[in-house]
Design a protein around this ligand. Structure first.
Ligand code: FAD
Length: 571
């Protein structure tokens, strides 16, 4: 670092807006602000060589799905200058903020020189850094985290130059799984080390189970419920990942996908308020505790509209919207950021996993107990049209008002479309009745006259209005209820819950007299539909039936989740 500190004074009396970080939040803010205000001076600083690049495309660049690096560049410095009159200073790191003097200290990484720049308004959008735990070996050559284009270049080069054949991905969240898919795409054999007993922590375990099965059926070695202890270099340049339980996982490269942490260094140094989740505290206009400083993107804490709690949510959509809100606020417009609801999707080896709102674990953690859940497994389009693929869908809603709290879905087709519809309903404070009534696209190859979204709403309505009293598989051990499986005998023979008795729906009208009226009767079937029919029939004949939502398909997913947990524990 050079010692000659040049103080760059404002060139003219124009209001000076400096933006730290020129990717999702920072670039959105700069472009929106220029559209609103031609009079301000806008300068964007980024320590990397690019601005406005597609971080979300990086795993696919590693996998060579995106072969040309230039396709990752959404906008260039030149474009910012020519189109928006925004100055971009790349390879320039902002290293300090002096709030009293309203200056930042910037370090030109090419020239090695340091100078100060005055601001009237400062916007922080420095993002979040991959977590690199301080464990032995995490800085060895061949151990990578992925955040930038240069990171991806290095991984690509390592795979090619070393002719890498095996990899360990540490962490089974979004980025870990996307990297895993792309390494497989490059022909590597991948082991996933995950400290939880499930992948995708944003899902409840029974929704994560089909994802784990899918990974295994694609040759991924799952090593769950076990953390990273250290990484060792082998004599031949290969690596050995050692887990907390002592498992030894050899690899030609290691990807760290252990989550991200808000880059709050500057904010802390400047004395801005930091929240309990480790992000910068901002108001609904994205203004920090300093009235001259705004912050957006992965670095801030956002209000979770479902749980009412503050959260850090490193996703591109919120970062872009927050950048826009900050620009509007800086330009003096009335604006506000409504909060986040964690709508996200990931594709894993052709499987689609999507979610919006709270999951069951999150609701319980937030102390919210007045909710109910339903499971369904409909086809992604009409069953009579060839190629229908099941969608495993879980809907959470509050009782008794039916407000939608969250949804998770897994399947090969049409998953994100359903979650997007439910996400929009949540945004408008929708209820399950709104889902039941939603008028959605239908032609045989796209959906069904009763779309999965409608079905989810209708099933939840049946629960709320008492037409379908529910039971849940988790309660089964603690219940004295009788369990009847109303599938046909051949289906029952292929697999059923151990305590279930077979009484096919097709024989129910003749045989219901065999059932006791003084006992609660739990009813299951394949996916819950026939169990519901049997429930309605029995309820109207004086019995006390309850439907096991999601039927045998949900039962097997729960069992699978438990067996993953058990086998992880026994490793
Ligand atoms: P960033 O986009 O990270 O930008 C921050 C910039 O600030 C960086 O370029 C950094 O170099 C720069 N910077 C930091 N500190 C300084 C400083 N002191 N001085 C100068 N410059 C600085 N989200 C999704 O919604 N969907 C996806 O599919 C998805 N996939 C992803 C895949 C990967 C591999 C990664 C890494 C992220 C992915 N994300 C995805 C997350 C998404 O990219 C982020 O949420 C979003 O980019 C956050 O925007 P931001 O502006 O807060 O930070």
């Amino acid at each position: 670092m050079s010692n000659d500190m040049n103080r760059e004074s404002p060139k003219d009396a124009r209001r000076r807006v400096l933006i730290v970080g020129g990717v999702a939040g920072g670039a959105s803010c700069a472009a929106r602000l220029r559209r609103l205000d031609e009079s301000v001076e806008i300068v964007v600083f980024d320590r990397g060589p690019f601005v406005s690049f597609a971080n979300c495309g990086l795993p696919y660049y590693v996998g060579n799905v995106i072969a040309d690096e230039r396709n990752l560049l959404v906008a260039s410095s030149q474009m910012f200058r020519e189109r928006f009159n925004v100055e971009v200073r790349t390879e320039t790191e902002v290293i300090a903020v002096d709030r009293a003097a309203q200056t930042i200290t910037v370090h030109d990484l090419r020239a090695g020189a340091t100078r100060q720049e005055h601001y009237d308004v400062l916007v922080l959008s420095p993002g979040a850094a991959p977590i690199r735990p301080s464990l032995p070996g995490v800085d060895l050559p061949g151990v990578f985290a992925v955040r930038s284009i240069p990171d991806s270049r290095r991984i690509r080069a390592w795979i090619t130059e070393r002719n890498a054949k095996t990899a360990v991905v540490v962490g089974g969240g979004f980025i870990g799984l996307e990297m895993l898919e792309n390494l497989i795409h490059r022909g590597l054999v991948v082991t996933l080390l995950e400290q939880l007993p499930q992948v995708m922590p944003s899902l409840d375990p029974e929704l994560a189970a089909p994802v784990m099965q899918h990974l295994e059926s694609n040759g991924v070695r799952l090593h769950l419920d076990d953390g990273l202890a250290r990484i060792e270099e082998q004599g031949d340049g290969a690596l050995l990942v050692v887990s907390e339980s002592g498992a030894q996982l050899p690899a030609d490269l290691v990807i760290l996908g252990m989550g991200v942490r808000p880059e709050t260094g500057l904010a802390r140094q400047a004395g801005l308020q930091i929240g309990p989740r480790g992000g910068i505290v901002v108001d609904a206009q994205m203004r920090t505790s300093d009235p001259h400083i705004w912050a957006v993107g992965d670095v801030v804490e956002s209000h979770d509209v479902l749980t009412g709690q503050e959260t850090v949510l490193p996703l591109a959509g919120p970062a872009n919207r927050q950048g826009r809100v900050a620009a509007e606020s800086i330009a003096g417009r009335v604006t506000h950021f409504r909060g986040v609801q964690a709508t996200a999707v990931v594709g894993i080896l052709k499987l689609i996993v999507a979610a919006t709102g709270a999951n069951e674990k999150g609701l319980r953690r937030a102390g919210i107990t007045n909710f109910e859940k339903v499971y369904l497994h409909p086809g992604h389009h009409a069953g009579y049209y060839p190629g229908a693929q099941p969608i495993h869908l879980k809907l959470l809603f509050s009782v008794p008002d039916g407000r939608i709290l969250g949804a998770q879905a897994v399947g090969m087709e049409g998953v994100e479309k359903r979650i997007d519809v439910i996400a929009t309903a949540i945004q408008f404070n929708g209820t399950v009745h709104d889902l039941a009534e939603a008028e959605l696209c239908y032609a045989p190859q796209f959906g069904a006259a009763k779309d999965p979204v409608n079905l989810a709403g209708m099933i939840a309505e049946n629960v709320l209005n008492g037409d379908m009293p529910l039971a849940h598989w988790e309660q089964i051990g603690a219940s004295e209820a009788l369990l009847f499986d109303v599938r046909e005998p051949d289906e029952f023979a292929k697999g059923h819950a151990p305590m279930a008795v077979n009484l096919p729906l097709s024989q129910m009208r003749q045989r219901y007299g065999e059932l006791p009226k003084d006992r609660t009767i739990w009813i299951t079937c394949g996916v819950g539909q026939r169990a519901y029919y049997a429930t309605r029939f029995l309820a109207q004949h004086g019995y006390r039936p309850r439907t096991l939502s999601g039927g045998h398909t949900t039962y097997t997913a729960l069992e699978k989740a438990i067996s993953y947990r058990r086998s992880a524990l026994s490793q």
